[in-house]
Design a protein around this ligand. Structure first.
Ligand code: 5AD
Ligand code: SF4
Length: 444
């Protein structure tokens, strides 16, 4: 006689914010496999809903509470449904969430996902567990390995978490905690496993990824450059990227790596936030605009075609029109392939939150001017690719018949017409045109 097979329970995860949350959501889904869960794309079908939250910008907690309001009818219809809050809002709000939102069954901070299966079981037994510890153990190491499902051609790999920089506007040092680097051997193991499952491009993640200083197999502390070098030796892995970096941690060996390691792609996300030394100081960035520009020069000396991306905050407390114009000047001097722009928003608990804010109309005006400048640069960078031959790692079919979509070395999305390549193929493509946020090309 065979035991009755129970249908798997369904897990719906909604992910907010950064790529690290995307990675964490994948790991949480794997962990919940131990409790018999498979993922679903439909919240209505779920036996458990997890909101993997982000706290980086304004009204993050309020957005979570209003999402919970929208989920309420699902819980009314299915009292067995469990709802969990994960991520940085969970870390920041903790048990307060249980008090304000009776529909929530558990609250788990970003460092304790490996405890999720036990917490879910406790929630099923009627408890409302909260875990926002910063434990010593490596949460990824303790996560049970799911079935070795095949993977798409690109994947994230978290190598470092947390931040010790304490920029005056930022919640990350409080929500993600101090910098911790995962040991080299575990990362190599995970990377090899991903490559065996079909991954060809790895993006190494960390809040301050270039500050990576993990324990190497030789007992020495390894830098990010050394880790990249070692990963580059993995056969079947063709491309490596890393994000996000702080200018002060761009060490000599990492700069050199951009000239020496072919698999390290010519694209770097290197936020500077402002072009004004006064504002940079008030932000506690611990470098000047000039230092950043010299750094870019050194990077371009070893890798002339390096595509740069950045983050900018406009309207930081005390930012004058002249300060803002220095930011525009820095953007003109660098020439970005793309950049993310944010209006300053006070985050409770950060030093800058105590300072007087500028009128919203000023923030809007500066944001629009900066975005217009960056949009022009992005357009120019794309148009400069037209006529060139580039490598494209194919990811998926496009919307048009026969079309495939992938990314170039410089991280441009490329739509390849009449393309016979499959996801995971790395092909040569002639760029034939530039659209709003992508390039068009044909396979060679
Ligand atoms: N206000 C506006 N933007 C912020 N960022 C971080 N904190 C804030 C804030 N309080 C932006 C920074 C950072 C990016 C991830 O988010 O530019 O690099
Ligand atoms: Fe936040 Fe980045 Fe500054 Fe760290 S370096 S405090 S993550 S903005």
């Amino acid at each position: 006689m065979t035991a009755p097979v129970s249908a798997p329970k369904k897990l719906f995860i909604k992910t907010y914010g950064c790529q690290m949350n995307v990675y964490d959501s994948e790991r949480m889904a794997e962990a919940m496999g131990a409790n018999g869960y498979v993922t679903t794309d439909r919240a209505e079908d779920a036996d458990m809903i997890l909101l993997n939250t982000c706290h980086i910008r304004e009204k993050a907690a309020e957005k979570v509470y209003s999402e919970l309001g929208r989920l309420r009818p699902l819980k009314d219809a299915n009292p067995e449904l469990k709802i969990g809050i994960a991520g940085c809002v969970a870390q920041a709000e903790g048990a307060e969430i249980l008090r304000r939102a009776p529909v929530v069954d558990l609250v788990v901070g970003p460092q304790t996902y490996h405890r999720l299966p036990e917490m879910e079981a406790a929630a099923r037994a009627g408890a409302r567990p909260v875990d926002t510890d910063f434990p010593e153990e490596d949460k990824f190491e303790r996560l049970p390995k799911g079935p070795r499902a095949s993977r798409g051609p690109t994947a994230f790999l978290t190598v470092q978490e947390g931040c010790d920089k304490f920029c005056a506007f930022c919640v990350v040092p409080y929500t993600r905690g101090a910098e911790v680097s995962r040991p080299v051997e575990r990362l190599l193991r995970e990377a090899r496993d991903l490559v065996e499952r079909g991954v060809r491009e790895l993006t190494l993640l960390g809040q301050n990824v270039n500050g990576y200083h993990g324990l190497g197999p030789d007992g020495a502390v390894w830098s990010l450059a050394r880790l990249v070098q070692e990963l580059a030796g993995i056969e079947g892995l063709w491309r490596i990227r890393y994000t996000t970096s702080h200018p002060n941690d761009m060490s000599d060996d990492l700069i050199a790596a951009h000239g020496e390691i072919d698999k390290l792609m010519p694209y770097l996300h290197l936020p500077v936030q402002s072009g004004s030394d006064k504002v940079l100081k008030a932000m506690n960035r611990k470098h000047r605009a000039e230092d950043y520009l010299r750094l870019i020069e050194r990077l371009r000396a070893v890798r002339p075609d390096l595509a740069l991306s950045g983050d900018f905050i406009v309207g930081f407390p005390g930012e004058t029109e002249a300060d803002f114009e220095e930011t525009l000047g820095l953007v003109r001097a660098v020439g970005y392939h793309s950049a993310f722009t944010f209006k300053y928003s006070a985050r409770p608990g950060t030093p800058a939150a105590e300072r007087p804010v500028l009128p919203d109309s000023v923030l809007d005006d500066r944001l629009h001017r900066l975005q217009a400048l960056i949009a022009g640069q992005q357009r120019a960078a794309q148009e400069a690719m037209v006529g060139r031959e580039v490598g494209v790692l194919i990811e998926k079919p496009g919307r048009m018949a026969g079309q495939m979509v992938g990314k170039s070395d410089h991280l441009h999305a490329v739509h390849v017409a009449d393309c016979e390549a499959k996801p995971g193929d790395l092909i040569r493509v002639r760029i034939t045109g530039s659209a709003a946020n992508s390039l068009a090309g044909r396979a060679l």
